[in-house]
Write a protein that binds this ligand. Structure first.
Ligand code: F6P
Length: 472
């Protein structure tokens, strides 16, 4: 395999990498020659056309700046107010502003122009996530014939939700310009096939749409994971243990129920608090015996729907506190801030229940990290949404429908009362699955598929590909 070029909206920064993905991709890049490419995080009036390369702790990272106007249309607009809600089946929360699409494409074209001069003939390009769907088209328009892979970190939408996205056909054609498209779960591949096999036959004007030819694109599930061995070690380091001890002093005998999520409407946080409220309402014996800690760092807070979710949650947390708190007992703690991995590892280890109940989620790495951090002698229980990609591999979690707060409350009760033997048996299977689906294996499998021994096909430039498209 030639050099590896990883492209993502955000680029790794200095200091410890924030997420498992950054750690893993950093590891992959240390095993291959190559570089990481993406947005610098800076907004300027007139971005330089050339990327600036920087050594970040041994990693070669190429970055470009964006204008505020383009960034808004590309990131807060098309990516996070149209693609994100639609892919998560929340069309009610989508805001469709047509001009955002132009900004989205402009930024993708800007990425391609800045990246192309640094690409060599044998380089393999791995593009990450929904911000950059058109990148392969833009690169191929500039003549790149390299092997290109795309990985979608969020769920793929159902056909109806996809059709609600402006320019969805162009986006699907963009996907067809990759050699390999990786999805989180089998359900995503099924949704994709549903689109590919039954493409919309006509536009509003009645004229037929050109169907997208996916014959040169392989689409497969590559469920991402964490680094379970690293998390298991982290959970017993002095930094993690310090957090455990501080919390133990506060909690005394109370069982900790833990949620850790970006403050995002897809995470089902109001439903989660409601389920906890029902647990306390229906089981008076749990009062003073349990404590919910919800860690929710704010995210994308320039977007109205995110502010509204935050307000809703504030109100719900206030309601539960007002209803159940006593001068000497609080039912929950809600912290709107991010914590480092060592502190989180300590919290995961201490928790009797990991409550991971997104309404829809690509994978959910918190579920993986929670499992990895458990004490094998006295493990906690994972309560997991059946709508997280993780549910496909963590069958021994207590799977719940997060919209059904009675069911989640009941799963919480079962988890809190689960005998040690059952907790151990379930955890062993979960940990085995976390290891099988480690982030190292994920990257290895994806790259093996993207770079077959014979080097794979070289794509013709885009104008030739267009001629191959059939008319429905
Ligand atoms: O998981 C999807 C994702 O968009 C990732 O690409 C990203 O790292 C994460 O959510 C956080 O989102 P943002 O970059 O918008 O803060």
């Amino acid at each position: 395999m030639g050099r590896l070029i990883i492209v993502s909206n955000r680029t790794p920064g200095k200091g410890p990498a924030a997420g498992g993905l950054a750690v893993a991709l950093r590891k992959v890049l240390t095993e291959h020659e190559g570089f990481w490419f993406g947005w610098s995080g800076k907004l300027v009036e007139k971005p330089e056309p050339e990327a600036v390369f920087e050594d970040i702790e041994g990693l070669n990272v190429g970055k470009i700046d964006l204008t505020q106007h383009d960034h808004h249309a590309y990131y807060a607009g098309f990516s996070n107010s149209i693609l994100w809600p639609s892919f998560h089946l929340r069309l009610d929360l989508a805001t469709i502003e047509g001009h955002w699409y132009e900004g989205y494409r402009r930024v993708n074209a800007q990425f391609a122009r800045a990246l192309k001069p640094h690409i060599q003939a044998d380089d393999v390009i791995w593009v990450h996530d929904y911000h950059l769907i058109p990148l392969a088209t833009e690169l191929r328009n500039l003549g790149a014939r390299n092997r290109m892979g795309f990985y979608l970190h969020i769920p793929f939408p159902t056909v109806d939700a996809l059709y609600a996205i402006p320019h969805h056909n162009e986006l699907m054609r963009d996907l067809s310009r990759y050699d390999l498209v990786g999805m989180q779960a089998e359900r995503d591949v099924t949704a994709f096939r549903d689109f590919a096999d039954h493409q919309a036959p006509a536009t509003l004007s009645g004229s037929p749409l050109r169907t997208v030819d996916f014959s040169n694109t392989e689409v497969k599930a590559f469920p991402i994971g964490s680094d379970p061995d690293a998390f298991a070690k982290l959970a017993t380091t002095p930094a993690a243990t310090k957090m455990v001890k501080r919390m133990q002093r506060l909690l005394e005998e109370q069982a900790l129920i833990l949620g850790v999520d970006r403050l995002d409407y897809s995470k089902g946080l109001p439903q989660r608090v409601e389920a906890y409220e029902k647990l306390l309402a229906n089981n008076a014996n749990f009062r003073r015996q349990v404590h919910l800690l919800q860690v929710a760092p704010p995210s994308r807070d320039s977007i109205k729907e995110y502010q509204e979710t935050s307000d809703t949650l504030d109100a719900m947390v206030g309601r539960v506190m007002g209803h159940f708190a006593e001068p000497d007992w609080q039912p929950l703690t809600y912290v709107k801030r991010a914590y480092g991995q060592p502190s989180l590892a300590g919290l995961y280890r201490l928790a009797r229940v990991g409550l991971v109940t997104p309404l829809r989620d690509g994978m959910n790495l918190v579920a993986h990290e929670f499992v990895a951090c458990q004490d094998p002698e006295d493990p906690g229980v994972l309560v997991l949404s059946r709508f997280a990609g993780a549910a496909e591999i963590f069958e021994d979690a207590l799977l719940v429908n997060p919209f059904d707060t009675d069911e989640t409350a009941e799963a919480l009760r079962l988890a809190l009362q689960m005998p040690l033997d059952e907790r151990r048996t379930r955890w062993e299977t979960l940990m085995q699955a976390a290891k099988t689906h480690s982030v190292d294996n994920w990257a290895k499998h994806f790259l093996e598929q993207l770079t077959p021994a014979d080097g794979g096909n070289k794509r013709p430039p885009v104008r030739d590909v267009l001629n191959l498209d059939t008319v429905a």
